[in-house]
Design a protein around this ligand. Structure first.
Ligand SMILES: [Zn+2]
Length: 274
């Protein structure tokens, strides 16, 4: 499963970067809270065993990318002119760390059973979810076992849209992968741009299961005009919690069998108060 982006930027340093320098998670005064529930499920997932395992070890070539003008379309929020969130730097700036501390407080307020995890790739604030529940929706991996790491910002976005998904009848989301170190792939071509999967901000969803146990599979049912899938697509597109959703409609080649959804945090410093 692959994903997409609309912008091109120079590729950041490869994961040969000394990640261990930042692990365990540095003491930024997060007040990190261990979860109440100690179930081992965690967003237990394996990445798409075939894709994630290989993709996580894949090292995108660090070549200069050609600058391209951002292209806007309905449902796609403007990023920073790159595929990275606005204000994103590596290593993370203090502004970014402060934003993640706010995010963690948001997870607490939403009652999410999260716990901190060591960073992978360019995940700013890696967390796992003990009971795999966000916003009343259970997230189940299609392949492998977890715990599955994701950035706090994606966890919070999923917790935010959970009640909306629940209202459509969704109770479970089955996903192929979240974090993996990979470049963008769209319309059948791999771009020289780091995917937001490498930031732990994106998830590839294979299917949605409703309260009656019916599974709406993107690969099988989207082309038939499945009402549930179309409604989910509409709601995620409309949500400010997400930057974009890629589906068989807007990318029938690389996204014919899954929805790619990604969080859209802004790490830009707040303008000075006057
Ligand atoms: Zn994707």
């Amino acid at each position: 499963m692959t994903c997409s982006a609309r912008y091109t930027v120079p590729i950041p340093p490869s994961p040969s970067w000394p990640w261990s320098r930042y692990a365990p998670f540095p003491p930024f005064g997060y007040g990190r809270r261990m979860s109440r529930r100690l179930l081992t499920l965690g967003l237990v997932a394996g990445a798409t065993a075939t894709t994630a395992a290989t993709a996580a070890s894949a090292r995108p070539a660090a070549r200069e990318a050609t600058a391209a003008k951002p292209r806007r379309r309905a449902g796609v929020g403007r990023a920073s002119g790159t595929n990275l969130p606005r204000g994103f730097t590596w290593p993370p700036s203090q502004t970014m760390l402060d934003a993640e501390a706010d995010c963690e407080r948001g997870l607490d307020a939403a009652g999410v059973a999260w716990r901190p995890a060591d960073r992978d790739g360019h995940i700013v604030d890696a967390v796992t979810i003990d009971d795999a529940v966000l916003g009343g929706i259970t997230y189940t991996p299609v392949f492998g076992q977890g715990p599955y790491k994701l950035d706090c910002q994606l966890a919070l976005a999923l917790a935010t849209i959970g009640p909306e998904l629940h209202a459509t009848g969704v109770r479970e989301v089955r996903f192929g992968s979240i974090y993996r170190w990979s470049n963008v792939r769209v319309l059948g071509k791999t771009r020289n741009v780091l995917s937001r999967h490498a930031l732990g901000l994106a998830m590839d969803v294979v299917s949605f299961v409703d309260g009656d146990g019916r599974e709406a599979r993107v690969a099988r049912d989207y082309g038939k005009g499945d009402a549930l899938l179309l409604e989910i697509e509409r709601r995620i597109d409309a949500s400010r919690a997400f930057r974009l959703v890629l589906t068989p409609k807007n990318d029938p080649i690389s996204h014919r069998d899954h929805f790619h959804i990604e969080a859209n945090p802004s790490y830009a410093a707040a303008p000075p108060q006057s």
